[in-house]
Design a protein around this ligand. Sequence first.
Ligand SMILES: Cc1ncc(COP(=O)(O)O)c(C=O)c1O
Length: 412
Amino acid sequence: MNSQNLLKISRQFGAPVYVYDAEKIASQYQRLTNAFQGVGSLRLNYAAKALSNISILRLMNQLGSGLDTVSIQEVKLGLMAGFKPESIIFTPNGVSLEEIEEASALGVQINIDNLSVLEQFGSKHPDVPVCIRINPHVMAGGNSKISVGHIDSKFGISIHQIPHLLRIVDLTKMNINGIHMHTGSDILDIDVFLYASEILFETAKNFKNLEFIDFGSGFKVPYKKGDIETNIEELGKKLTTRFNQFCEDYGKELTLAFEPGKFLVSEAGYFLAKVNVVKQTTSTVFASVDSGFNHLIRPMLYGSSHEISNISNPKGRERYYSVVGYICETDTFGSNRRINEISEGDILCFKNAGAYCFTMSSNYNSRFRPAEVLWHQGKAHLIRERETFDDILRNQVDVKNLFETPKAEVIK
Ligand SMILES: Cc1ncc(COP(=O)(O)O)c(C=O)c1O
């Protein structure tokens, strides 16, 4: 998307606003598909948690993607967006048996990541095919908050518990049709994927009725110029060879599944915010925007670095700025960034704003969540209205007279 169109969108719909480029999403989907074209049966299940606007889900469905969901609400959104139940996988962590049963009753593929629920679910529903999430105990991912396949992680069933797992499967007579892992996000090194895949293959040999092996996700996308990214094409070649060889040994063509979030939507997203104040202090020049970590929490939560540019003054002299938000605590989007000279009223553009940005937004400081716009075939479509004061009040119960002092009883 070019800056001119982004600027026009900020004028038409106001700022702050999220903008998503449908063509970029489609090209990322195609790139991943091409990288694994040597696999007989490939399934990409878009991780809804990255960006769950129903129009984005509809786009994914139209591209041929399946859907990876982590809550019953995401399952319902997926169904509303037109996904067939069998194209949805439910991969929750730490949810109740009842929630898993509700998803199962809707016909979606269940993925269970602990022995307690596996035993309960298997005893009650031995006929429902279940996928199991394995924890391969590998350290992968960009930082500790998004590394989820190591020994101290709450996710998955440990590979050391396979004997217990097999006993449950045997006793309940349940059918394990898939095996899954997801070791983290922002994985740089494809060798980590390949190493963890070997553990998954080894584990898979214990199950005779598999239909698919799901390798999760975690592909690293570039956040700034020169940034390292997962070499999808090389991973595609190496994993395809190994997967096909595994299927031959297993005696059946299985489906190779992934559940990418960031890879599909991160770079397709732009967040636009207006500069309210330019403030020179003794040590820093701050540009304060009409937004904060209530809209884009990743820099404060994960220390992630989103490239920031001034699309109102792209030819201006470059200066150093710290870009900050309006939340009443430290709220920094980026420190010491070289940005074209900023004036109050300018529109700043934050890149890589497609994944885990809007979906992590909140009403903190009683602020409105921004609008969302989808750019498709040269046109801007509003896909979520900016919130209003009614949204802040929605569901609040204003109990009348709750704090009124009771009148003193009159003693006769
Ligand atoms: C189980 C599972 N699958 C897939 C994803 C998507 O990961 P990414 O956005 O790195 O592609 C996540 C992210 O948290 C996840 O927890």
